[in-house]
Design a protein around this ligand. Structure first.
Ligand SMILES: C[S@@+](CC[C@H](N)C(=O)[O-])C[C@H]1O[C@@H](n2cnc3c(N)ncnc32)[C@H](O)[C@@H]1O
Length: 450
């Protein structure tokens, strides 16, 4: 029994607090935990929207809040009781980044602390948040990182709440400060829901009839505000949620040249099946065949739920393939990666990822590429795809792979029909701030005929 039940906690704020605890206390993924929490609290749509904005926003911006809070408490943040620290972060987010009046943010967060942690903590929360509210976010940034004396990376890290190592990785690719700022800002904006109209099963026009808007570039994309399950085409499985960048890289492989009947395609690591769903439908229309492989039984099940019945789903380690080498016309190697390209969708991910993850993934990325390449017929093509723009997972790894396999790197840009600003090629890097997609990387490698 909670001994402080007499103090009411606002259900939306309590939901956001429980989200923070699930993420930092139980290692949950926010986007998986949150729908359950909203359902458990039976929040109405307005409160659910508030809880989402507060919970996800706080997770994204907590680097900035921790920098501010560490100047206002007399001990290192690591010594503060984690639930109490989460409550302080939630209070800071309401004060600095939401249109909640300061007094409402303060009183409701004090109540939340009282209810969840105890009356003693409520006093501390009240004192600290009053100080947070004394300055605007711009004043805090200037105090923490004076423009005249702070290296740009450190200032951006506080201003846009990103770890410095991620900003440094972006700087390798984006030299212009204004553009870098646009990317960091895009990572902090919630991505809209993008849908894919499954070819042969549903059209974008049918989604538009249900109230969706057309996507930007993919002929199968539409955007939707709100819960996708409200759409009949989504409920029937004819359409699904899929980032437009994810659609574009699958389409680029399909666009390589006209699909010949009987072509064999391989999706080497296909779980949970978004790209296999699109590739399988395009293959079926052209009388080609897709084999969707996935090492994890659980994820293979998700692939089976997504693809048409013509697609064969295989559970196997792509590093030790059971298929004959030299069998496939097209191979997709959408390899496991850090996911640094999807930060706008995964609010806590930037704090969980570590630079060492990149080195840890390298052997798997190399191995899967080599296995995929070995699966190609002479003249066949392999699409190497990551949802990360980090050079160590993209261009640098690719240079190594080309040297090992002797494959020819093709100019992929013409395969992204109608997509602007694709850079100097031959590879393609999509960006949230330019294309409104996740930051997907795509390289197309052809096995020489001889
Ligand atoms: C980036 S995800 C693929 C996303 C997928 N293409 C989609 O669009 O839904 C990488 C997948 O590779 C799988 N994987 C990891 N190691 C593998 C291996 N050795 N063989 C096959 N699949 C593997 C992971 O389980 C994960 O499902």
């Amino acid at each position: 029994m909670n001994q402080f039940r007499k103090v009411r906690a606002d259900p939306a704020r309590l939901t956001a607090f429980e989200l923070m605890r699930a993420v930092w206390g139980d290692a949950a993924y926010a986007n998986i935990a949150m729908p359950h929490l909203i359902a458990a609290h039976d929040l109405n749509p307005r409160d659910a929207g508030f809880a989402l904005e507060l919970g996800y926003g706080t997770l994204r911006m907590q680097g900035q809040y921790d920098a501010i809070l560490s100047t206002l408490v007399n001990r290192p943040l690591a010594k503060i009781d984690p639930p109490l620290l989460d409550i302080l972060r939630l209070g800071a987010h309401q004060i600095l980044h939401m249109r909640v009046p300061d007094h409402a943010a303060l009183n409701s967060t004090v109540d939340l602390a009282h209810y969840c942690v105890g009356p003693a903590s409520a006093t501390l929360v009240n004192a600290v948040l009053r100080k947070v509210a004394q300055k605007s976010v711009e004043e805090w940034i200037e105090q923490l990182t004076p423009i005249a004396t702070t290296p740009l990376v450190n200032r951006l890290a506080i201003e846009f709440s990103h770890p410095t190592w991620i900003i440094c990785a972006y700087q390798e690719l984006i030299r212009d400060e204004q553009e870098l700022r646009e990317l960091l800002a895009a990572n902090n904006r919630p991505a809209s829901v993008t849908l894919v109209a499954r070819p042969g099963r549903c059209t974008v026009d049918e989604l538009i009839d249900e109230g969706a808007q057309p996507g930007h570039y993919s002929p199968y994309a539409a955007t939707w505000q709100g819960d996708p399950a409200l759409l009949a085409q989504v409920r029937s499985g004819n359409a699904a949620v899929q980032d437009e960048g994810s659609q574009l890289v699958a389409l680029a492989l399909a666009n390589f040249h006209e699909i010949k009947p009987e072509e064999l395609w391989l999706d080497l690591c296909s779980g949970p099946g978004g790209k296999a769903g699109l590739l399988g439908a395009l293959a079926r229309i052209a009388d080609a065949k897709l084999l969707a492989n996935e090492v994890s039984e659980h994820r293979a099940k998700l692939v089976r739920n997504t693809v048409d019945s013509e697609v064969q789903v295989l559970v196997s380690d792509g590093l030790n393939p059971s298929w004959r080498p030299g069998s496939f016309d097209r191979v997709l190697a959408d390899v496991p990666c850090t996911g640094l390209g999807a930060l706008r969708r995964r609010p806590e991910a930037r704090w969980r990822k570590k630079p060492r993850d990149i080195a840890g993934l390298r052997p798997l990325q190399l191995g899967l590429f080599e296995a995929g390449y070995a699966a190609l017929i002479p003249g066949g093509v392999l699409a190497y795809v990551t949802c990360s723009p980090h050079l160590a997972e993209t261009e640098l790894l690719l240079a190594d792979l080309l040297a090992r396999t002797g494959g020819n790197l093709l100019d992929a840009r013409p395969l992204f029909v109608g997509v602007p600003e694709l850079g100097d090629g031959p590879t393609v890097q999509l960006w949230p701030h330019i294309h409104d997609t996740d930051a997907m990387f795509f390289a197309l490698i052809q096995r020489p005929l001889r």
